[in-house]
Ligand binder design. Structure first.
Ligand code: FES
Length: 107
């Protein structure tokens, strides 16, 4: 298995998100990652729902850092990947950090 490393995805939030948007998809080494902004905090998860592949970038988020899949409305914690609506799936999530040089995801 390859060692984890921080991948720079943008120089700043303004480069990552279109005005008024809070979710986007980025591609890191062939992996599709959904990046979410909630109240100034950044989260990264798999772009596709672990249930049946719904695009989470089209889902809704809440202030407790959950994301709801737009297809069958299963809900996942963006902090842990835990399926908080109870269907027993797990969403991959990855740490995000932001500093003066940019925004990075540990993958
Ligand atoms: S595809 Fe996401 S809940 Fe079914």
């Amino acid at each position: 298995m390859m060692e984890k490393q921080w991948y720079k995805i943008a120089a700043a939030k303004a480069e990552l998100f279109k005005p008024g948007e809070e979710k986007t998809e980025v591609n890191i080494e062939g992996k599709s990652v959904c990046v979410v902004l909630i109240k100034d905090a950044l989260y990264a998860c798999a772009a596709r729902c672990p249930h049946a592949g719904g695009r989470l970038v089209l889902g809704k988020t809440d202030l407790s850092a959950n994301i709801v899949c737009p297809v069958h409305h299963y809900r996942f914690s963006l902090k842990s990947g835990y399926n908080t609506s109870g269907e027993g799936y797990h969403l991959s999530t990855w740490p995000v950090k932001e500093n003066e040089e940019g925004i990075y995801i540990l993958l």
